[in-house]
Design a protein around this ligand. Structure first.
Ligand code: FUB
Length: 350
């Protein structure tokens, strides 16, 4: 499905009242969960539990007045607000501005989906933003509080590029950063660590573009290696083609561990499922297993998966409040595993 068809397909559902009409039919559907906050627009929720409290690191969507295009220029976000809550279903606090674009020395435009990590008394905020040459890089900022304010390093992380960082703490204490996003996220422009401004998307019969991973150094601010490609494979061990839109990677990487296995999840092709694939170590390969979350209202799909007090939760977003692709709202719902470790697919609407 092309970008424009997909927009049309999903924007029909973009009615802010709930329940809302679906696909132009008179049938009403009801979201399974409600926005966590409604006083600001929030998206791309990376959730963590630090010291027993839940923190959500989202993008802060704004109406920047920029016309929608295929490169996502209309997602012109300028700061981050971190949300916190004591328990699922409890009061959600907006902790104010944690990092502003004006305080990132190398920043150009578009603060996209962030993530956070904690080590030895320091909180690290990882964020993608275009540099002054309009190339997406990943930056890091630090704070002694999980809600900031964060102080950005003076340069982006060396060797970083593209968008959607996810920082994962392995059971052995090492940290890994996963990243990448196609189209507006510029991953198609990067081959062997070099940026090619003229690179195009892959052809349908070519191998799909792969997300990236790098181990972090103990300083949490530098890569210990050149970023590696992550192989997502089918049950026979074959990587996907560009035309495998419902299986291949698009953006929104997340990593979590469950019963000793590594679950790599991501938004797919141009179908925008949240898929998952399982591997035996942080680098993969990861074998495709299925869908965590079906496409949501709005064009993007982005998530995090976190264990909180013995239950697992999916944080995600849709456009329930605004009905507009670039003005999203974060949500949470319970995620369940089957006895064999597979994840029960979530439909965001009934
Ligand atoms: O929020 C901007 C971009 O939209 C994110 O980086 C993508 O994952 C998509 O959600």
């Amino acid at each position: 499905m092309t970008y424009f068809k997909f927009i049309a397909f999903l924007s029909i559902t973009a009615i802010c009242a709930s329940p809302f009409l679906v696909f132009g039919q008179s049938k009403k559907i009801t979201p399974i969960s409600q926005p966590l906050v409604s006083h600001i627009y929030t998206a791309d929720p990376s959730a963590h539990v630090f010291n027993g409290k839940i923190y959500i690191y989202p993008s802060h969507d704004i109406e920047a007045g920029i016309k929608e295009n295929d490169l996502g220029d209309h997602f012109d976000m300028r700061d981050y607000h971190i949300l916190s809550m004591d328990s699922i279903g409890g009061k959600v606090t907006d902790n104010g501005v944690a990092l502003d674009k004006k305080d990132i020395p190398w920043a150009g435009r578009q603060l996209w989906a962030p993530d956070a990590a904690y080590k030895n008394g320091v909180y690290y905020l990882y964020f993608p933003i275009k540099d002054k040459q309009d190339i997406f890089r990943i930056g890091v900022a630090t704070s002694n509080s999980p809600v900031g304010p964060f102080k950005a390093e003076t340069e982006p992380i060396k060797g970083s590029y593209s968008i959607d960082p996810c920082v994962f703490k392995n059971s052995d204490g090492n940290y890994y950063i996963y990243f990448g996003g196609i189209w507006g996220g510029q991953l198609q422009n990067w081959t062997n660590g070099s940026y090619d401004v003229s690179a195009t998307l892959r052809k349908p019969n070519e191998e799909a573009i792969m997300p990236r991973v790098a181990k972090l150094n103990s300083d949490m601010k530098t890569f210990s290696e050149e970023a590696r490609n992550i192989k997502i494979v089918d049950a026979q061990g074959n990587t996907f083609l560009e035309s495998n839109n419902d299986k291949r990677f698009f953006e929104a990487a997340w990593m979590h561990q469950f019963k000793g296995k590594y679950y790599f999840s991501y938004s797919s092709g141009d179908t925008h499922n949240i898929n998952y694939a399982i591997g035996n170590n942080p680098y993969g390969p990861f074998t495709y297993k299925g869908i965590v979350l079906k496409p949501v209202q709005g064009w993007t799909n982005h998530h995090s998966i976190v264990e909180i007090k013995g239950k697992w939760y999916l944080f995600y977003h849709d456009t329930q409040i605004s009905g507009k692709t670039h003005l999203r709202n974060v949500k949470v719902t319970e995620l369940k595993y089957n006895a064999d470790g597979s994840i029960q697919t979530i439909e965001a609407y009934k």
